[in-house]
Design a protein around this ligand. Structure first.
Ligand code: SPV
Ligand code: MN
Length: 626
């Protein structure tokens, strides 16, 4: 008899053993047996798709103390402590075989050394705890998008979050036979104090792409620990690159056109830059808010949501701007709140539009107004990166095709970041390569609280995916360029910028303007509205926006606002090209030549425009597109 089955027999009780052995896959058995030997849990619970098993996961999250029940039925709160509040980029590394490299942009460690280190931390880490075994499917089940995966974890908060966020895949695993092509995640929160990982300095997220396995320890923050989110994305990007498709940090939504026409868009924005709020705007429907797989189907590009839930930033969610989410967060139903303030069983967060209670409990323990940390810095009542975890099925604006195994046909792709001074609010690229390279590959954004480190620093964020790109960046870009070769229909590419500011730092657009930009893009993908040709792309004409502002928002859009918002700032745009080019020259040796050619062409168009019109060019000076 194989040794791994012997190990399973000695460590699982009869009921759990039966559930596990019903998955006829020796690779699954081996992965789990090895992990049990390493982490040494006191018990093992195999979670199937059965509601009884899933209910037990919910109960255990409360029994272990990782979640606490709130006043509203189905609501729970989880805290990550003072120091485990965001993705830890510095301690997330690829395990790279000796002699290989993934280039300067990616953090890496020699594979054998990294495996020894992280397995050292994982050794006996589940002593006295239970290991939960979870099977899921990324993308709709039984579709061209499906990727089976397994997570082993000693955190019932993590296991519970996964239930809300992903499609349960135990039966699916049973159907794939002895396939070895699945992603594996092994997580231990390790030593806890008041249910929070304490040995933060030993926090590790190590990605072994040779075995499609990720090892995670000494952290509980979902962005580090829910393997199917950004860790699976890293593995999926490698798989996509091998197989000729795209794995992206993108929402998917439907925008309604005239006479009920349905147009589907994806949008890539760095964390905390309006991705979720765009996918949720009033009047349209959502398919996903964070991760998309894009594949060829019927000679076109089709997109599917990797997930089935939202792990969303709660800051600034209020009843006026986000009525759909607000309702879900304020009525009975399954919601995990994390790192908000709880007072009298009710959650409060920054920007919720309510008065902040005098005291309560938050991620720092007992909280009161004016509380400071050891360094004397104020501890706000709710963390800036506090989150809510909900199922998409809770939303009133969920698109009927959200779970369609075929995905949805993609009409447009949008790139956006926190950009104070370069990009106009919306523009369309001249073609796929121009969009992928001058918008996707040139995306810059000010840093946010979604990752550890300083906020507000302008960083280069190609495709809003840099944190997760797991192959040399030049290859990733080339894969993008090659992706549409030979297709009958190619999606149009746009950029948006919600964060444009004037010299005094005031935002130039209201929060609702994005609804107008979406409608304009919808008309553009069907070639039903004209545009002006600027050096950086096609921009809307004033009259079209005026009409759309009226019909969508019932607002009178002023010509002077248009002139200011869509001004082409040549000096800033040239500086951006110089910044980006320097970055690519310094750290992306395999960047395709066409990137530099297109950036150069853009530079010369900007210089020619400056020679003719000066440095800040009002949009109406540009001509109609050909
Ligand atoms: C993001 O930060 O981009 C998120 C949340 O979507 S997580 O990646 O899980 O931290
Ligand atoms: Mn994200």
């Amino acid at each position: 008899m194989e040794t791994h089955v012997t190990i399973l027999k000695s460590r699982l009780d009869e009921a759990n053993l039966e559930k596990l052995l019903a998955v006829p896959n020796e690779h699954v058995h081996r992965f789990i047996a090895d992990a049990i030997e390493l982490c040494n849990p006191s018990s093992v619970f195999v979670v199937t798709d059965d509601p009884d098993d899933i209910n037990r996961v919910r109960r255990m999250a409360i029994e272990t103390g990782e979640e606490a029940v709130l006043a509203t039925e189905g609501h729970t709160i989880h805290y990550d402590g003072l120091h485990d509040q965001a993705r830890d980029k510095a301690r997330t590394r690829y395990l790279v075989p000796e002699g290989e490299t993934l280039g300067k942009n990616l953090r890496q460690i020699e594979r054998k050394k990294g495996l020894a280190e992280v397995k050292g931390f994982l050794k006996n880490s589940m002593n006295g705890k239970e290991m939960a075994i979870r099977f899921f499917c990324l993308g709709p089940i039984n579709s061209i998008f499906s990727i089976p995966c397994i997570q082993l974890t000693d955190s019932y908060y993590v296991a519970h979050s996964e239930d809300i966020l992903y499609r349960s895949g135990y039966e699916y695993f049973k159907s794939i036979g002895n396939k070895n092509d699945f992603f594996r995640f092994l997580h231990s929160a390790s030593r806890l104090d008041r249910f929070v990982s304490v040995d933060i300095k030993w926090r590790r997220v190590y990605i072994d792409y040779i075995d499609d396995t990720v090892y995670i320890t000494n952290t509980q923050y979902a962005g580090n620990t829910v393997g199917f989110k950004k860790l699976a994305l890293r593995l999926a990007i490698r798989k996509a690159n091998r197989e000729g498709w795209l794995a992206e940090h993108m929402f998917i939504m439907k925008v309604l056109g005239p006479e009920g026409r349905r147009s589907y868009f994806t949008g890539a924005f760095p964390s905390g830059c309006g991705k979720t709020s765009t996918s949720m705007v009033k009047g349209e429907t959502i398919i996903g808010d964070d991760l998309a797989y894009l594949r060829h189907h019927k000679g076109e590009v089709y997109a599917a949501n990797v997930e089935s839930g939202i792990f969303g930033i709660i800051r600034s969610v209020n009843s006026d701007d986000d009525p759909v989410i607000w309702n879900v967060l304020n009525r009975p139903g399954e919601v995990i709140f994390s790192n908000v303030l709880i007072a009298n069983g009710t959650p409060y967060w920054i920007g919720d539009g309510r008065e902040v209670p005098e005291e309560g409990i938050n991620y720092s323990g007992n909280w009161f107004k004016g509380k400071t940390d050891k360094k004397g810095n104020e501890i706000r009542h709710s963390h800036k990166n506090a989150r809510y975890t909900i199922k998409l099925s809770e939303l009133d604006n969920l698109d009927p095709k959200a779970d369609d195994p075929e995905g949805v046909p993609l009409h447009g792709i949008i790139y956006g970041g926190r950009d104070p001074d370069t990009w106009v609010p919306v523009q369309q690229s001249f073609n796929w390569a121009h969009g992928a390279l001058t918008m996707g590959a040139c995306l810059e954004s000010e840093s946010t609280a979604a990752t550890l480190g300083a906020e507000g620093i302008r960083t280069y964020q190609p495709f809003a995916n840099l944190d997760f790109i797991s192959i040399p960046l030049g290859r990733y870009i080339q894969n993008h360029l090659d992706f549409v070769k030979g297709l009958k229909k190619v999606p149009k590419i746009f950029s948006v910028n919600y964060f444009l500011r004037d010299k005094e730092g005031n935002y130039l657009n209201g929060k609702q303007a994005k609804r107008v930009w979406l409608k304009w893009m919808e008309l553009r993908v069907h070639e039903e509205v004209g545009a002006l040709t600027t050096p950086t792309g096609y921009i809307p004409k004033y009259d079209d926006l005026k009409r759309l502002f009226k019909s969508v928002l019932n607002q009178d859009y002023k010509k002077e606002d248009y002139e200011q918002q869509f001004e082409i700032e040549v000096t800033e745009l040239l500086a951006k090209i110089r910044r980006i080019r320097k970055k690519y020259r310094a750290s992306v040796p395999d960047a395709p030549d066409i990137l530099y050619r297109l950036l150069n062409a853009q530079k010369y168009r900007l210089l020619a425009a400056r020679a003719q019109f000066g440095d800040s060019i009002r949009p109406s000076l540009f001509e109609d597109e050909d």
